[in-house]
Design a protein around this ligand. Structure first.
Ligand code: HMG
Ligand code: MG
Length: 282
C-alpha cells in the first residue's frame, strides 16, 4: 500500500554546496534556486547562517535570503547556533533548521560541543524561533553509523529525537550522513521512530555513498515515511564527515517515485536542465 503523493525537499543549495571548495558566485546560486522553484519545489533549503569563516561557501546567506523573500519561496535556512538563528530571524527566514549528531564524536567535531550541550542550546533556539512563529526542522545526523564511532544504536538516535519532540519540532530529518545504511536498518529504525513518536513528522535524508540510497528510500517509504530530502545532481557531502559523498540525487528520486505512480508535483523534464546547470556549478 503506497501513498498517492510524497514531498521532496530540495537541499542542494545548502547541503549540496556547503562542501564546495571554490566559491559559487551568488548570482549562480540565485539562478539555481529560481530554476528549482520553477520546477515545482515548494520547499528548498537555500542557505546556512554558519560563521562564514567556518563554511565560506555560505557567506552570502543574507543576500540569498533577500532573493528568496522576493521570489516568495517557502525556504529553509540552517542555523547551527544561537548567533546563526539571530541572523536568520533578522534576515526574515520563514523556516529554520537546527542539527545535532546522534554520535558524540561527530557532534564534537561538527559543532564543538557535547550532545547534551547542543540539545540545551537547541532548546533555547526552539523557544526563540517559536516566539517568531518560525517553522522548525530538527536534523539528527549520523543516525545509522558514524565514521568515528561505527554503528549507532537506536537509543542514541531516540535521545536526540525525544528532545526535539519535547521542544516542539515541526519535522525531524533523520540523516544517513555517511551513507552506510541499508534497507533493513532503515526499515527497522523508521518503524521504531514511528511507533515511539506517532505524532511526529519524520523526513528521510540519505547519502548515496554505497549506492544503497534508492533502496533505502523505498525501505523508509514502506515504514510509512512520506517526506524525503535530496540534492539536485547529487551535490554535497559534509566537511566534517570524511568519505561522505553526495546526497541522493533529486532527479533520480523524482524519476523513481513518478515511475511508481507516486506524485511528486515536480516537472521531471525541466529538472533535467536544472541538474545539468547544477553539475556545471561545481
Ligand atoms: P565556536 O568556536 O565554539 O564558536 O564554534 P563560538 O560560539 O565560540 O563563537 C566564536 C566567534 O564566532 C564569536 O565571535 C561569535 O560571535 C562568532 P567573537 O566574539 O570571537 O568576535 N560566531 C558567528 N558569527 C557569525 N555567524 C555565526 C556565528 N557563530 C559564532 N553563526 C560553532 C561553534 C557552532 C559556531 C561552530 O562549530 C560551527 O559553526 N559549526 C557548524 C559547522 C557546520 O555548518 N557543519 C555542517 C553542518 S551540516 C550537517 O552536519 C549534516 C546535515 O546536513 C544532515 C546530513 O547531511 O545528514 C544537517
Ligand atoms: Mg546531507
Amino acid at each position: 500500500h503506497f501513498p498517492k503523493q510524497i514531498e521532496i525537499i530540495e537541499v542542494g543549495p545548502r547541503d549540496g554546496l556547503q562542501n564546495e571548495a571554490s566559491f559559487v558566485p551568488t548570482d549562480e546560486k540565485k539562478q539555481l534556486i529560481k530554476q528549482l522553484y520553477e520546477s515545482g519545489f515548494q520547499r528548498i533549503e537555500t542557505a546556512s547562517f554558519v560563521h562564514p569563516k567556518i563554511v565560506p561557501q555560505m557567506a552570502d546567506a543574507q543576500e540569498i535570503t533577500s532573493f528568496c523573500n522576493e521570489l516568495g519561496l517557502d525556504y529553509i535556512a540552517l542555523t547551527p547556533n544561537m548567533k546563526a538563528l539571530e541572523r536568520a530571524i533578522e534576515a526574515g527566514v520563514p523556516q529554520i533548521a537546527v542539527f545535532v549528531g546522534a554520535s558524540e564524536t561527530f557532534n564534537q567535531k561538527n559543532i564543538k560541543r557535547s550532545i547534551a550541550d547542543s540539545l540545551e542550546e537547541c532548546s533555547e533556539m526552539f523557544q526563540q524561533a517559536k516566539a517568531q512563529h518560525k517553522f522548525i526542522r530538527g536534523y539528527v545526523s549520523m543516525c545509522f553509523s558514524c565514521p568515528y564511532e561505527g554503528a549507532i544504536s537506536y537509543e542514541q538516535v531516540k535521545r536526540v529525537v525525544e528532545q526535539f519532540v519535547k521542544d516542539g519540532a515541526d519535522e525531524i530529518s533523520i540523516g544517513d550522513t555517511n551513507g552506510q545504511a541499508n534497507p533493513r536498518i532503515v526499515y527497522e529504525r523508521f518503524s521504531a521512530l514511528k511507533r515511539d513518536f506517532p505524532q511526529t513528522t519524520f523526513v528521510a535524508h540519505f547519502h548515496d555513498t554505497n549506492g544503497f540510497a534508492y533502496a533505502n528510500i523505498i525501505a523508509a517509504l514502506n515504514a510509512g515515511i512520506e517526506k524525503f530530502d535530496s540534492s539536485i545532481a547529487g551535490l554535497g557531502g559534509c566537511p566534517f564527515s570524511p568519505g561522505a559523498t553526495g546526497n541522493v540525487a533529486t532527479e533520480k528520486v523524482v524519476e523513481l517515485f513518478e515511475a511508481m505512480q507516486i506524485k511528486t508535483n515536480i516537472q521531471q523534464e525541466k529538472l533535467k536542465d536544472v541538474s545539468a546547470f547544477a553539475s556545471n556549478l561545481v
